[in-house]
Write a protein that binds this ligand. Sequence first.
Ligand code: PEP
Ligand code: MN
Length: 321
Amino acid sequence: MIVFINKGSDHKSVKAALAAAGVWSSAAFGRHMNALVVAPLSAGAQITAGEILSIDGVEDVLEVASPHPLVDGQGAVAGVGVGMSPVLMAGPCSVESPEQIGMAAVAAAAAGATYLRGGAFKPRTSPYAFQGHGRDALAWMREAADANGLKVVTEVMSERTAGVVASSADVLQIGSRNMANFALLHEVGRQGMPVLLKRGMASTVEEWLLAGEHLLHAGAAGVIFCERGVTGHDPITRNLLDLAAVALMHSVYRQPVIVDPSHATGRRDLIVPMAAAAMAAGADGLIVEYHPSPGEALSDGPQSVTATQLAAVGRIVRGQP
Ligand code: PEP
Ligand code: MN
């Protein structure tokens, strides 16, 4: 949206009025133009285009067609987003046994999590690595979550298993490797459920928003965006956590956005500081890997936090010291 300023008026007072309504804007000057550029207004916006037009100093408002209108229209999704308390999702990378996911659910609930995470169908770089326990894992995770009053978020890896995952999860996850698998996005969207959409490891923010549009267009009940780090140049951390994208998604696009510091860093010693940084950037919550004995984990042990660290992450999410 472009907000044109009256000749002789100062764009700063208009910018302040927009900011007071929670709308970010940036100045644009041309030879014949004094204007502010604003991202499309979301459904939850505190101000309408008509109200912007009536701000002192505004001459006109030009609404530019957005390539992702369904995403722009989103409010909070499944209790996540603007106006909601920040959420914690926690659990192991992979569901390994009923005992392991049971212990993880107890620790997640104790840390204040509302969602249990865990992979049943795992995307692994090597075909020789553990691929997940599939349908059995879904049942173990559902039982562990129910016993601890938690919801379940788990990844859908293929169109073939979208239905079976949907029947035992509360939120369907699209992994980073599949963000641009459009056939999968359509099948997952058709389940009519909320979706946690991880950002592709080499995707732009615009491609991420458009992947969300694919899901909503296919029928998803809502999309929670998840920043999990993009490919960087330095292997000392697994990925590069793009917190500017988080601030942008939260403050400019007003989208529900959470951060996964586990896959972003690959190291448990960095999870607590990055959790704090993510919340400061405007994240609506965190998804963190926890394993009761990380040394024995079948996947992602080095980035799985201890129970003490998980409790610290829980306090960060709740804004406690
Ligand atoms: C996961 O959350 O288990 C996972 C595989 O993450 P990502 O898709 O971000 O690599
Ligand atoms: Mn993992």
